[in-house]
Design a protein around this ligand. Structure first.
Ligand code: ATP
Length: 265
């Protein structure tokens, strides 16, 4: 089997300042990579760079990104955008960033799903999409689904919007999903439901997932591989057990100790 994602020696700069340096990683279909690291270590920049979502003033200055064997940096913007929302998706740390404020949740779910399935299924049945959305909401503990469908994002809490985005990802079943702190706005029981659904997405649809989190517990629970970022570099990268049980770097040991200490408290 070929890797679905292969990143080689990636460097990303904001102006002249490198935020990601010499990052290489590889992901097979259905594999989950957990990326941890302190605030400002470059985690969001890395996944935004891979997705092609860097803002003005930042750019990839070195390296290569292959998705399903295609070199993403060689693709035209239009081709690259086509991959996003169909085969590659992202759940943002701030869900407001990916929801349109002036459209109801129902409308944007329909649009997201029909955009993604244009190639696959032709015309979509609205009633069916609605049913699937309600089903996805229920699985991740989003109660009052009918009401949520009628709402605009600003009428919902941050955690609710985050789960709407997760439901869209579950319905789309992308081949590669990037999740930037996908459960940070959720309380612990709901977090657990969401993580279970991500695991199902991986095992039922073969979705490969890159999950960025401050929570090593999440990595322990759902990841196959783990990476630790420090000052823009992957200072640790390997199987989850290798990284968590036998950290090589002092920094990872400190990070793990701090988490274990908090958990004990
Ligand atoms: N738009 C920007 N312009 C300039 N520098 C930026 C910008 N966004 C991020 N940076 C810098 O790039 C580095 C990496 O930031 P990044 O947001 O990727 O870190 P992170 O690990 O995702 O942090 P957090 O966990 O707080 O989200 C930091 O030094 C940050 O100050």
């Amino acid at each position: 089997m070929d890797p679905i994602l292969n990143v080689r020696h990636l460097e990303i700069k904001y102006g002249e300042m490198p935020a990601v340096s010499d990052v290489s990683l590889e992901l097979m279909p259905g594999e989950v990579l957990g990326v941890v690291g302190e605030s400002g270590s470059g985690k969001s920049t890395l996944i935004r760079g891979i997705m092609g979502l860097l803002g003005a003033g930042s750019q990839i200055t070195e390296g290569d990104i292959c998705f399903q064997g295609k070199k993403l940096l060689d693709l035209e913007q239009r081709e690259r955008r086509k991959l996003m929302g169909q085969q590659m998706m992202m759940i943002f740390q701030n869900p407001q960033a990916s929801l349109v404020p002036i459209r109801t949740v129902e409308k944007q779910i329909y649009e997201a799903i029909s955009e993604g399935s244009r190639k696959r299924a032709g015309v979509l049945n609205r009633k069916k999409v609605r049913e699937q959305a309600l089903e996805a909401f229920a699985k991740i503990g989003l109660k009052g689904g009918e009401q949520i469908l009628k709402s605009y994002p600003f009428q919902l809490s941050g955690g609710m919007n985050q789960r709407v985005c997760i439901a869209i990802a579950m319905m789309q079943r992308p081949q590669l999903l990037f999740a930037d702190e996908p459960t940070s706005a959720l309380d612990v029981t709901v977090q657990s439901q969401v993580l279970d659904e991500l695991v199902k997405l991986k095992s039922l649809s073969g979705t490969a997932i890159v999950i960025v989190t401050h929570n090593i517990g999440i990595v322990e629970r759902i990841a196959d591989k783990a990476a630790v970022m420090y000052q823009g570099r992957l200072v640790e990268y390997g199987s989850k057990d290798e990284v968590i049980q036998h950290p090589r770097e002092e920094y990872t040991k400190k990070l793990l100790n701090a988490v274990l200490h908090l958990e004990r408290e």
